[in-house]
Design a protein around this ligand. Structure first.
Ligand code: 5GP
Ligand code: MN
Length: 338
């Protein structure tokens, strides 16, 4: 978004507007943090804003200020669709293509609202009138901070906005350790701490609320870990039966894929999770260094994301998906060993 576009948006936002803010389906910390951070900012400017999530999100994010006002599209279809079609503006956050918000993509596409994208994923679709896309950013939450900065409103950042944005920067960088974490990221975090964000409270709320079942599921996942040394690839699988046996709840599998990547010598880590309702295998890909898992997911598994973190799916069963994956790895053997 250039200066002229910011001025245009500033003009549009100079009078009260009806605004809808949308995260991607199966919202994570960055999706909920960025939408709720922007929500508090726009409400402060005097707009009437609503965050509409395509479906529900994990309990460990339900303390973020503003959570109680979030509308879940899947649960409140009529209310959500009316808000979308009446909106003057729709902000879409933390995703790069409308199909990433599931069934909500259609009403958004049909709405006459001005669309604004704020996102850090590769190869964004051009559906928005205003596009703030930057793949060098560690998180959409950091981009919302820079958006507020571009609007000249950094002094409006308070604890509520700060807590929301801190959450997504923390989760998308795995607590400030992934490569896209920059000195600027730390300066943004410093500002958020200065406005009253209690960092330990947020780390505890997100990471230290494991249920017994989730820790047992972690044990099961680690037990299922396999390492294909010739491909420098680690993978984990979780069947529906295993998920059921440990009382699986939304969010329980978040971050499990990173254990594979923590294995000495692993360059590529994958988790395959059986989704019974959707009859698909949901796959998460993570890599270290130059191995591009965005390209890998796009080419072979109907997905995408970032260079070092992406997702996709398979319509085969769990066993066949893994066999197919291993056969594909042959073509990447040289690259994975370079
Ligand atoms: P996760 O593995 O945590 O679900 O996703 C990793 C990253 O890839 C996230 O940034 C997520 O938004 C993106 N991603 C996950 N699944 C898909 C997908 O099916 N398509 C695209 N384009 N991106 C995905
Ligand atoms: Mn993100």
């Amino acid at each position: 978004m250039n200066t002229a576009e910011i001025l245009d948006l500033k003009k549009i936002l100079s009078t009260p507007k009806k605004v809808v803010i949308v995260p991607h389906k199966n919202p994570d910390g960055d999706a909920m943090g960025s939408t709720l951070g922007l929500y508090h900012y726009l409400e402060k400017l005097g707009h009437s804003a609503t965050v509409i999530a395509p479906n529900d999100y994990p309990e460990f994010l339900k303390w973020i200020p503003g959570t109680e006002s979030v509308v879940i599209h899947e649960k409140e279809l009529a209310v959500a669709d009316a808000l979308i079609s009446d909106a003057d503006l729709i902000f879409t956050l933390d995703f790069n293509a409308l199909h990433r918000c599931g069934a909500m993509g259609i009403p958004i596409e049909n709405s006459k609202a001005i669309k604004v994208m704020i996102d850090h994923h590769q190869q964004p679709d051009a559906y928005a009138a205003f596009m703030y896309s930057d793949v060098t950013m560690c998180s959409t939450c950091q981009m919302v901070y820079h958006f507020i900065e571009k609007m000249g409103d950094l002094d409006l950042i308070d604890t509520a906005i700060g807590e929301a944005l801190y959450t997504g920067i923390m989760t998308d960088t795995a607590s400030f350790r992934f490569p896209l974490t920059t000195s600027t990221t730390h300066r943004v975090i410093a500002h958020l701490i200065d406005v009253g964000v209690e960092k330990s409270k947020i780390h505890n709320a997100v990471y230290d609320t494991n249920s017994f079942g989730r820790l047992q599921l972690l044990g099961c996942a680690l037990n299922n870990l396999r390492f294909l040394e010739v491909f420098k690839t680690a993978y984990i699988s979780l069947s529906n039966k295993e998920l059921d046996a440990h009382g699986f709840e939304k969010g329980d599998t978040e971050g499990l894929v990173n254990y594979g990547l923590s294995l000495k010598g692993a360059k590529f880590a994958v988790i395959f999770i059986e989704h019974k309702e959707e009859s698909i295998i949901k796959i998460s890909f993570r890599s270290k260094g130059d191995f591009d898992v965005n390209a890998f997911a796009r080419t072979h598994f109907h997905g995408g994301g970032h260079k070092n973190a992406s997702g996709g799916r398979s319509n085969l069963n769990l066993e066949d998906t893994i066999a197919n994956f291993i056969s594909i790895l042959e073509d990447y053997k040289l690259e994975l060993n370079s």
